[in-house]
Design a protein around this ligand. Structure first.
Ligand code: COA
Ligand code: AMP
Length: 630
């Protein structure tokens, strides 16, 4: 039996023994009473009765164990032309004082706090300060518009909101404060305080009584100690796109999360404390939570906060420059970033300028890694290129080549095998397991390992309905795929109306909700089509109300603007086709799967439930006019 097989089998046969052992990597104030509380399925809770503090584990203990002078965070910001390094000691001091400042603003254990910040170390300071106090943070990605922020404010009901005055996105300077003011105006819940970190290049005006400057409250504050919390207490809420306009608030606990992330740093990424680890993503996404902030810091690594893009800041050599300058051992990013670099510099000329001697592996996730991109990256970099599959819900990889345990030969198109802790199966629509090679729903047998979502914030019913109800006893990933004869998992794409644009997860349902509010639109369908750079992009089909005489181009421009304003520019919504009818089932459900197949030029079976098959010929013609299939 290979190393992986033994570790994997133990994780499934004796999950309690397995994870109790992994929990030794974390410092506890009080040991748990139960490793796994299975008394209320499908709500499984890890390390019930244990007490810890995630911030202490990510920061203070490294100082106490002699890493005080090691760099904890490198802020590499080509957009502001600065590089700043913060040691673990400095980070501890900053976090302890900012936690004191937060407490001074009335934030206590159990309160929620929204963080809306770009890729600056203060975002990590804010997250860790919440964790230090036992407050629950919810970071919102800066590319979301004020309406999306308002939805999250109303759901999370934060006591305070912590923001930066602005960001530089590529070459654009963005002011965050007007957007935040507008979100608070729109929301029913009003945060008591808005704490503003003023950046040099853009100042925010403060609203008397509610808004305070980060620097002012820090100047008046003293350090506070970490507050012990239950392992099962929430650490954060992270909203992610579901199939409707209301995002899902994934709730992450403290204990299981710390144990799983620490374990993953050794066993999946194969890095040691002291190594430089770089996840080129954004703190607003789960990759940012797990592998820019918590994972590397829990493990005592140096983490890179990169405020730039793979191209254009200043060129397609940006990633190689960062790897070489900071001696990065592992880079984790989305395949889109590599497709962008490949497009600008297909022969990898920029790479020749840099020494990548310390670089050990490239990890990619967030979307399917197409074999072309895999081969290009692998031939160019000559280090292992590791695809791994996971979701906001899980916080860490479900399927991955576990570099710290055993390295499997790669089969391009597959992230290889299930990670220990995840009992991955493929089920057909009736819930029966299918044979090797046959496609179906990818599910994970319960219980899920530590670190995965405990529930949905203030919505247990939706948690059960979205993930646990379709296949009782299993977690439904909503991805489709298959497992081959050798146990390699292939993830082929979402089975629901969630799409993946440049590694960003977006809901076509949310876009439809916006489009449906246009006065000229009778009904609409949004679905994802293939995009060479970003993996997928949305396209909207609209049916106009009878008697509408408005110019069609004007309506299309309106829709682009409305989606930018109400969801955000990251939705990348640009294409609309006006059609006479939408294909529907006899019960009125839009056949999005069939639309996707037509746009992709794939063979499809005429749905037996279709109301009127002739509509498909019309739609095929309409899509042809837009250039689909490409
Ligand atoms: N704040 C505000 N706006 C943002 C934003 C942020 N944090 N991030 C992106 N946007 C805006 C962009 O400015 C752009 O606006 P525009 O339509 O006015 O130009 C829009 O959202 C789309 O952004 P993006 O998808 O990033 O496209 P791009 O053309 O600017 O860049 C890539 C293309 C490939 C370079 C970029 O998508 C990328 O770096 N991808 C890597 C993927 C990644 O890190 N994924 C994270 C999950 S692991
Ligand atoms: P998010 O929650 O934003 O991380 O998006 C999760 C979704 O992205 C998954 O459900 C998949 O559809 C897709 N995804 C993430 N990683 C991969 C991967 N390595 N291969 C294929 N799809 C992926």
């Amino acid at each position: 039996m290979g190393a992986y097989e033994a570790v994997f089998r133990r994780s499934i046969d004796d999950p309690e023994g397995f994870w109790a052992e992994a929990a030794r990597g974390i410092d506890w104030y009080r040991k748990w009473d139960l490793v796994l509380d299975s008394s209320n399925p499908p709500f499984y809770r890890w390390f019930r009765g244990g007490e810890l503090n995630t911030c202490y584990n990510a920061v203070d203990r490294h100082v106490e164990q002699g890493r005080g002078d090691q760099t904890a965070i490198i802020h590499d910001s080509p957009v502001t032309d600065t590089i700043r390094k913060i040691t673990y000691r400095e980070l501890r001091d900053q976090v302890a004082v900012f936690a004191g400042a937060l407490r001074g603003q009335g934030v206590e254990k159990g309160d929620t706090v929204i963080i809306y910040m770009p890729m600056i170390p203060e975002a990590a300071v804010a997250m860790l300060a919440c964790a230090r106090l036992g407050a629950v943070h919810s970071v919102v990605f800066g590319g979301f518009a004020s309406n999306e922020l308002a939805i999250r404010i109303d759901h999370a009901r934060p006591k305070a909101i912590i923001i930066a005055s602005g960001a530089i996105e590529g070459k654009k300077t963005l002011a965050y404060k007007p957007l935040v003011d507008s979100a608070i105006d729109q929301s029913d819940h009003k945060p008591e305080k808005c704490i503003v970190f003023q950046r040099d290049f853009i100042a925010s005006e403060l609203k008397e009584g509610r808004d305070v400057n980060w620097s002012d409250i820090v100047a008046d504050a003293g350090p506070v100690d970490p507050v012990p919390v239950q392992a099962t207490d929430p650490l954060y809420i992270l909203y992610t796109s579901g199939t409707t306009g209301m995002p899902k608030g994934v709730m992450r606990d403290n204990g299981g999360h710390a144990v799983a992330l620490k374990w993953s740093m050794t066993n999946i990424y194969n890095v040691e404390p002291g190594d430089v680890y770089w996840a080129a993503s954004d703190v607003g996404w789960v990759v940012g939570h797990s592998y820019i902030v918590y994972g590397p810091l829990l493990h005592g690594c140096t983490t890179v906060f990169y405020e730039g893009k793979p191209i254009g800041t200043p060129d397609a050599g940006a990633f190689w420059r960062v790897i070489s300058q900071h001696k990065v051992k592992v880079l984790f990013t989305a395949p889109t970033a590599f497709r962008a670099i490949k497009k600008e510099d297909p022969d990898g000329e920029f790479l020749k300028k840099y020494d990548l001697g310390d670089f050990q592996a490239l990890f990619l996730a967030g979307e399917r890694l197409d074999p072309d991109t895999y081969h290009w990256a692998s031939d160019l970099l000559r280090v292992p290129v590791i695809d791994h599959w996971w979701q906001t819900e899980t916080a860490w990889a479900i399927v991955a080549n576990p570099m710290g345990i055993e390295q499997f030969p790669v089969k391009p198109g597959s992230p290889t095998k299930p990670v220990p802790g995840y009992d991955v199966r493929i089920l057909d629509h009736e819930g029966k397991e299918v044979e090797a090679g046959q496609e179906g729903n990818i599910v994970v047998r319960l219980p899920l390992p530590p670190g995965t979502l405990a529930t949905l914030w203030r919505n247990e019913e939706r948690f059960v309905k979205s993930y646990m109800a379709t296949f009782p006893g299993y977690y439904e990933t909503s991805d489709g795929g298959y497992i081959d004869e050798d146990g390699y998992v292939y993830v082929m794409g979402r089975m629901d109306d969630v799409i993946n644009i440049a590694g960003h997860r977006l809901s076509t349902g949310a876009m439809e909700e916006v489009i449906a509010t246009h006065p000229a639109v009778a009904e609409c369908a949004v679905f994802g089509t293939v995009d060479q750079l970003k993996g997928q992009k949305p396209i909207g089909l609209i049916v106009l109300k009878a008697g509408v005489t408005t110019d069609e181009e004007e309506i299309k421009t309106d829709l682009v603007r409305m989606i930018r304003e109400q969801i955000g520019p990251i939705a990348c919504y640009r294409e609309t086709a006006v059609v006479k009818r939408l294909p529907k089932t006899r019960s009125g459900k839009i056949l999005r799967g069939t639309l996707r197949a037509i746009a992709a030029g794939k063979e499809y079976r005429m749905p037996s439930t279709i109301d009127d098959p002739t509509v498909l010929e019309e739609i095929t013609e309409d899509l042809k006019k837009l250039g689909y299939p490409a």
